[in-house]
Write a protein that binds this ligand. Structure first.
Ligand SMILES: Cc1cc2nc3c(=O)[nH]c(=O)nc-3n(C[C@H](O)[C@H](O)[C@H](O)COP(=O)(O)O)c2cc1C
Length: 206
């Protein structure tokens, strides 16, 4: 049986994906969204109020999660919508044509929450969805997780530690804190262990 582990998604990890949904006029919509792998057959997404994606999911109770690493798909779907030739029809929904893998997700539970975060009051929906059917177009499909990039970025800064001072040092301190926050949020235990080592080395002799 195919499950999320078959496309490299691991329990508890957050992946950056493109979610495709259907607009009220039946045209496709695409947007980058984080997807948490809850189990081999279940995902959780946190969607801020106001996006087209959340409106469409509330209307249709289904959406498609696309696993891909094309930087232009991420940028174009953030700045605007993708043009129609990017999409293909899939199970009465739409997927991104050149995705490495994609799957249909059906909403099991949708809850509205308000909570305070670093940007103020966050109004969001927590959606739990079941994985219905996975299509793999590239056997090397690998879901995008930011943690390794954070660890590498922090390591590069660490190797420059002796070369910086003053304003640059202040800037690097802020960046290291932010990278550490992200790695701890989206990474595995191994990423957490790795970034802790880097942060300990960064804080040494300061
Ligand atoms: C990598 C990435 C991940 C994102 N993850 C989320 C997310 O998990 N939840 C959310 O509400 N917005 C997220 N966003 C922001 C939405 O993609 C953005 O608000 C988008 O414009 C919504 O488009 P839409 O109105 O077509 O749905 C993310 C953006 C990027 C670039």
């Amino acid at each position: 049986m195919q499950d999320l582990h078959s496309i490299g998604m691991k329990k508890g990890m957050l992946y950056e994906t493109i979610i495709t949904t259907i607009n009220p006029d039946k045209t496709p919509n695409a947007a980058p969204m984080g997807v948490i792998c809850k189990d081999k057959g279940e995902i959780v997404v946190y969607l801020h109020e106001g996006s087209r994606t959340i409106k469409n999911i509330k209307n249709n109770r289904a959406f498609v999660v696309n696993v891909l690493k094309d930087p232009l798909v991420f940028v174009d779907s953030t700045l605007d919508n993708l043009s129609e030739e990017y999409f293909l029809e899939f199970k009465d929904n739409y997927a991104v044509k050149n995705a490495d893998a994609y799957f249909l997700a059906k909403v099991n539970d949708l809850k509205y929450i308000e909570r305070e975060d670093q940007f103020g009051i966050d109004k969001s929906y927590i959606i739990k969805a079941g994985v219905e059917e996975i299509v793999v177009d590239n056997e090397c499909a690998e879901p995008l997780n930011r943690a390794i990039y954070g660890v590498i970025e922090a390591l590069v800064y660490l190797t420059r530690k002796d070369m910086i001072n003053g304003e640059t040092e202040k800037l690097y301190n802020l960046r290291m804190k932010e990278i550490s926050r992200i790695v701890n949020k989206v990474g595995s235990k191994k990423h957490t262990k790795a970034i802790k080592k880097v942060m300990d080395a960064w804080d040494e002799d300061k």
